[in-house]
Design a binder for this molecule. Structure first.
Ligand code: ACO
Length: 398
């Protein structure tokens, strides 16, 4: 919410006159750019990508097609999709040096998967002769490369965490199926490939979230696309943003048993602890992505014999809605995504990197949009420090 600022402190220097300046903590409600990519109606619990509801895309589309929609603002024709998929597939492989770095990092058992992802993507730029080419054609090519290679890097990180060598990509599989193949070293049940596809679709874009804002701010300086994406990964890593999915699973492990769940949440709320996977700056109702993922959580936990996690989650949801539902604090995308991925046999440290694998589509689409009509992001701070302070030599400071 924007706050109008007034102060009687003569020391305070205002940007404008007292009472005339307003600012919004956390940029709440601030519009920073026009965009054709996605829109969140926080009161209705509605999310659209370029006009198409997320439910329709989750039901009928693929990640490849959804990424095309975000990049080009249209659904592809059959020919366009075929060419675009060929381009995505041709870029899947990454340099040996990047695999080696990931394996090396993997030998250290306590590395953060997002830190390795951030570094590996940055490293890819230094092996890409074309990374600094500054044309829109080059920018679009790098966008497709990044969407494609992010999956290879994330799968290699997943294997390195288990001390396993990387599995090289296959050109004949879809983006989601190839990712699971690289992660597990074998082709999985098509149902699991479809669920991964849906997870990627649901995470592909979400208008002006913190990481997309970061990507656009970096892009606005005319920096290269890799730099912008590395910034996006850094922002997504935080537990208030993409890192929450991993925190949800940690919470479920900590609770351990459905019998303890209600008391655990009540205690946590009494201690003013924030419950991961709940609340959102824009949604004041149930996040539509959480609805979809909850259905998959039901199906996959049964299939994997892991119903316990869903049962604990349902108790947490009930207690949270009883206590905070009226204030608009409801499950967000991160609440059920972890349970779904855990039931697929994916370890929790990989949840946020997989979020990045989906969000890369939105990041690069926004970066291109920013470049097409660019103006550098240069907001102001509301300066509340003294206006005049005498410089005291160090030997005279008390
Ligand atoms: N559990 C308990 N209380 C909560 C929660 C929560 N998850 N979320 C918000 N609240 C409470 C706050 O304590 C605060 O209460 P107060 O007014 O009594 O102090 C009030 O609701 C407003 O919360 P803010 O943190 O100010 O809301 P903001 O819009 O700044 O933050 C955020 C949104 C970061 C998502 C917040 O709800 C949160 O921390 N949630 C938990 C982390 C999480 O799930 N993040 C993922 C978000 S979705 C995504 O990025 C993919």
């Amino acid at each position: 919410m924007a706050t109008t600022v007034a102060s009687h402190d003569p020391q305070v220097k205002y940007i404008g006159k007292p009472g005339e300046v307003s600012f919004a903590r956390g940029l709440e409600g601030v519009i920073v750019a026009e965009s054709t990519k996605s829109y969140v109606d926080g009161n209705a619990g509605r999310l659209i990508y370029h006009g198409i509801p997320i439910e329709v895309l989750a039901e009928r589309s693929t990640f490849e097609e959804t990424a095309f929609l975000l990049l080009y603002d249209k659904l592809p024709t059959e020919d366009e999709l075929e060419i675009y998929q060929m381009r995505l597939r041709q870029y899947r492989e990454i340099p040996d040096e990047v695999y080696q770095f990931i394996s090396c990092a993997g030998r250290r058992y306590n590395f953060h998967a997002m830190a390795v992802l951030r570094t590996a993507i940055s490293m890819l730029a230094t092996f890409d002769d074309l990374a600094e080419e500054d044309t829109m054609v080059a920018y679009e090519r790098e966008a497709i490369k990044l969407i494609s290679r992010m999956a290879t890097v994330v799968a290699a990180i997943g294997r390195a965490r288990k001390g396993l060598p990387p599995v090289h990509p296959r050109p004949d599989l879809s983006h989601a199926a190839n990712f699971l193949y690289m992660l597990f070293g074998e082709e999985l049940d098509p149902l699991l490939a479809r669920v991964m596809d849906v997870i990627l679709i649901l995470h592909a874009d979400h208008e002006c979230n913190a990481s997309t804002f970061t990507v656009r701010a970096i892009t606005s300086t005319l920096s290269d696309l890799y730099s912008a994406v590395v910034g996006g990964i850094a922002a997504l890593k935080g537990p208030l943003h993409g890192g929450a999915n991993e925190e949800v699973m940690r919470m479920l492990y900590e609770i351990g048993d459905v019998e303890h769940a209600e008391a655990w949440v009540r205690r946590a709320l009494a201690r003013k602890r924030k419950i991961p996977g709940f609340g959102h700056r824009v949604y004041k109702t149930y996040d539509p992505r959480a609805h979809i993922l909850r259905r998959y959580a039901l199906q996959l936990t049964q299939r994997a014999g892991k119903e316990k996690w869903l049962k604990i989650a349902e108790v947490i949801e009930r207690v949270m809605i009883e206590h905070l539902g009226q204030r608009g604090i409801q499950p967000n995308v991160d609440f059920y995504s972890g349970i779904v991925m855990d039931s697929m046999g994916i370890e929790s440290s990989l949840f946020t990197p997989i979020f990045a694998m989906g969000r890369i589509a939105g990041w690069v689409a926004h970066a291109l949009e920013q470049r097409r009509d660019n103006r550098i992001y240069r907001p102001r701070f509301f300066y509340v420090g003294p206006e005049h302070l005498e410089y005291v030599p160090i030997e005279e400071r008390g």
